[in-house]
Design a binder for this molecule. Structure first.
Ligand code: G3P
Ligand code: MG
Length: 346
């Protein structure tokens, strides 16, 4: 006689629907998991009354570390294994520009860490603000490198270096110094560091990994983020040169990011679950109307898949306000959101 132990109910992976998660303000806040997040991930992995497991990917605007390192952090926080094959961060799509630009300025993140991330993407000559300050410390009148930054920075040839593009990979740790250096480069002739333009429209392009003006941390009120730096930089550039500065942002709500996510989800479903058809619905759970909800709703208008936006209240949510981009559903937290979606599919 064959018996199936009751303690391990069999689970079935659904091929009909999938989830995409924002991270900050949905699963994590200030480096700690949101209380309902661990339970929510168990629910999605089969610990639910329907015995259903649902495939999912993560889509964060955050960054500053390699995808592998970020997944290791998230696996620890959520007590489950998360693979780079199901993860996109703000700077992931910048990988595709490594062929186009050789010498680049990479800004943001802890210490000199983003240099390694950019080199991992294949950028050949990565220069950081630390390199420029180490070479000429009066570049930033008030900023001095820490011993660690100094050790990890390299002196460069300021007269003969041409920066082909500027990439802001992660939040700047020093707005004044980083803005000074970005502005100096934007005001050159084609990124040649020894030059200064007379017309201020011949600098290299400047890319940001996302445009979130605010984001959710351990503080009870939202904190300003990379989108605020972008706005500030554009305003200062205009104040100095009288010209408008055109910068570019990746991340949510850009449609290209959602197209990238669709492909990632398709590959992940195929490779790890053996599903070879697209899902009918993707539930996107986010906390920021301007990036998560706006992007999901706009992408839904173009996509054959139903991208269903769910806003949770654990991030930048403010009581008694109406989200600028209305979601199709509002839930208290990620656990309620997953429960709602799985029940809706039954
Ligand atoms: O800096 C990261 C932040 O702006 C948003 O991250 O996970 O909410 O997209 P996330
Ligand atoms: Mg968020």
């Amino acid at each position: 006689q064959v018996t199936t132990p009751l303690s391990t109910p069999s689970t079935v992976t659904s091929s009909d629907f999938a989830f995409a998660f924002d991270i900050d303000g949905v699963l994590v806040r200030g480096g700690q998991p949101i209380p309902e997040a661990v339970q929510a991930m168990k629910y999605i992995n089969g610990e639910n009354p329907y015995g259903v497991k649902v495939p999912y990917v993560f889509l964060t605007n955050g960054g500053g570390k390699s995808e592998e390192e970020r997944c290791a952090d998230l696996s620890r926080q959520l007590e489950m294994e998360i693979c780079p094959g199901q993860f996109i961060c703000g700077h992931t799509p910048m990988r595709e520009m490594a062929e186009q630009y050789n010498t680049v300025l990479v800004v943001g993140g802890e210490g000199e860490k983003c240099r390694g991330v950019a080199e991992g993407y294949g950028f050949k000559n990565v220069i950081t603000p630390g390199d420029i300050i180490k070479t000429r410390n009066d570049t930033t009148p008030w900023r001095r490198l820490t011993d660690e930054e100094n050790e990890n920075s390299r002196k460069i040839d300021l007269e003969n270096t041409q920066i082909e593009a500027i990439f802001v990979f992660a939040d700047s740790r020093d707005w004044a110094g980083d803005q000074q250096i970005i502005l100096d480069i934007l005001m050159t002739v084609e990124g040649k560091l020894g030059t200064r333009s007379e017309v201020f429209n011949e600098g290299p392009p400047c890319f940001f990994s996302h445009n979130d003006v605010i984001w959710s941390t351990s503080h009870e009120h939202s904190r300003i983020g990379m989108g605020a730096l972008k706005t500030s930089l554009e305003a200062v550039y205009n104040a100095i040169t009288g010209k408008d500065l055109n910068t570019f942002a990746f991340g949510k709500p850009q449609m290209s990011t959602f197209t990238f996510a669709t492909k990632l989800l398709q590959d992940w479903r195929q490779d790890s679950h053996g599903i070879d058809k697209p899902p009918s619905t993707v539930y996107f759970i986010g906390d920021t109307p301007e990036s998560d909800i706006r992007g999901t709703n706009e992408f839904n208008n173009k996509s054959e898949i139903d991208w269903y936006s769910i806003l949770v209240k654990t991030g930048v949510w403010q009581d008694k306000t109406i989200p600028r981009y209305p979601p199709r559903k509002i839930c208290d937290n990620v656990y309620d959101a997953i429960k709602f979606a799985i029940e809706r599919e039954q």
